[in-house]
Design a protein around this ligand. Structure first.
Ligand SMILES: Cc1cc2nc3c(=O)[nH]c(=O)nc-3n(C[C@H](O)[C@H](O)[C@H](O)COP(=O)(O)O)c2cc1C
Length: 207
């Protein structure tokens, strides 16, 4: 089984990567294959709601990681979204990526477990986690938790690694993600399938 991780920081090997690495180390010991995809440090397109993806099944903008992530989502069994905290929200890069991944490819993520992790120098972690968790909870994705809110504190990877409680929280998250994936796989092998989709009411409040 595979877990697709998104490093939503402009720093390829910064604190967010360090947090994701703590989770991926544990996943590997549980025979789960983690893959960290970095969103890069070039300008990122945000979603224009052009609706082209509805016909294309992918985002119309091809020059960044979004369509690669949609393709990888098809083969992934679980997801971890990582982001640095900027002004008490997830840095905008990851939001631009996730808006487009979910608008164009949400069906490839649904019914698969997800978790968010954040890194911050000092504050804003829980507010940032709330934002990221909302992608899972509007897409039928079970949210995996730990024994505290998933995050590390630090401005450098060295500082983040010294956050013993934060690192432990992420290790427990990795263990719980593995447990969730194995439980779901066991259920599938024993004939318990996902709930069937129902046609969605799509009202604009008044109609
Ligand atoms: C624009 C900006 C805003 C930030 N806002 C916050 C903040 O609200 N709270 C905080 O604790 N750290 C804040 N930071 C610090 C980063 O969250 C922190 O250094 C983080 O660990 C960087 O992760 P990275 O190395 O993966 O990029 C901010 C950094 C930047 C560049």
């Amino acid at each position: 089984m595979k877990v697709l991780m998104i490093n939503g920081s402009p720093h390829q090997f910064g604190c967010t990567y360090t947090a994701l690495q703590a989770v991926s180390d544990v996943l590997r010991t549980e025979d789960i294959i983690p893959e960290i995809v970095w969103v890069g440090d070039k300008p990122l397109q945000d979603c224009l709601q052009c609706q082209a993806c509805i016909k294309l099944g992918k985002c119309i903008f091809e020059n960044d990681v979004v369509n690669e992530l949609i393709e990888k989502s098809k083969l992934a069994d679980g997801f971890i979204f990582g982001a640095p905290v900027y002004y008490a929200h997830p840095g905008g890069r990851v939001l631009s990526v996730l808006d487009r991944v979910f608008y164009a490819g949400s069906k490839h993520l649904q019914y698969k477990p997800g978790a968010a992790v954040v890194s911050a120098r000092r504050a804003g972690t829980t507010a940032a986690l709330d934002v990221l968790n909302k992608y899972f909870t509007m897409n039928k994705m079970p949210v995996v938790s730990s024994h505290y809110w998933n995050g590390v504190h630090g401005r450098t990877p060295e500082e983040a690694r010294k956050d013993a409680e934060g690192v432990q929280t992420l290790k427990i998250l990795g263990r719980n993600m593995a447990w969730m994936l194995k439980s779901m796989n066991f259920a599938r092998q024993n004939g318990l399938t996902e709930p069937s989709d129902v046609a969605k009411h799509n009202t604009n409040f008044i109609r």
